[in-house]
Design a protein. Structure first.
Length: 194
């Protein structure tokens, strides 16, 4: 069984994935992560993972970070069968590689158009402007059904420097959306660029 997950404005196809924590971060242990938020620091950015979240190996190379809620308890059999866990991913895109120079809004519109073509029935339920670390950002909530499972997703697009754009994707079963919605926004707003 394969699910197409929205990963920071793109798609990644996978079924069951290994959720072995990445403990390569100095001083980070699974027990510590279960008790408190973890600031995940990389060369070019940092982001604060919610309590109980664990970094995992991304399924594709262009994802800079992927993390899952390792404490999540899944009760629905369909979701258990595919091995899905609520997740987030961070990606950086170089806008200078495109023929057209995109504004933030144009980039988001092009992503939405692509997603409509790839995921039949996807709906964009809310879009709002905001700021992340003082930078312009667009927050896009959407819903989709894949392999008979309803998902809720938050896509966050943030203007960077030198024609770069940052994208964060949060994915959860739709039934869990009310539990995670605020946490997703808080996590996105914790992004710090170096």
């Amino acid at each position: 069984m394969v699910i197409a997950l929205l990963i920071a404005g793109g798609l990644v196809y996978f079924g069951k994935y290994k959720t072995t924590p990445d403990l390569s971060q100095e001083g980070t242990t699974t027990e510590e992560q279960a008790e408190e938020e973890t600031v995940l620091t990389k060369d070019i950015f940092s982001i604060t993972l919610p309590a109980g979240w664990t970094e995992i190996a991304p399924p594709v190379a262009d994802i800079l970070v992927m993390a899952i809620d390792s404490k999540e308890e899944i009760s629905e059999e369909k979701i258990k069968e595919v091995g899905f866990q609520t997740n987030l991913s961070v990606r950086k895109d170089d806008l200078s590689q495109y023929e057209q120079i995109y504004t933030l809004a144009e980039y988001v519109d092009s992503i939405k158009t692509s997603l409509i073509q790839i995921i039949p029935g996807i709906t964009f339920t809310q879009e709002k402007q905001g700021k992340v670390e003082g930078r312009n950002a667009l927050f896009v909530e959407c819903e989709s059904t894949q392999e008979g499972i309803d998902f809720g997703t938050l896509l966050v697009f943030i203007e960077g420097k030198d024609n770069f754009l940052w994208a964060i994707s949060f994915n959860t079963p739709k039934i869990s959306w009310p539990v995670y919605q605020d946490q997703f926004y808080q996590t996105a707003e914790s992004l710090r660029l170096k």
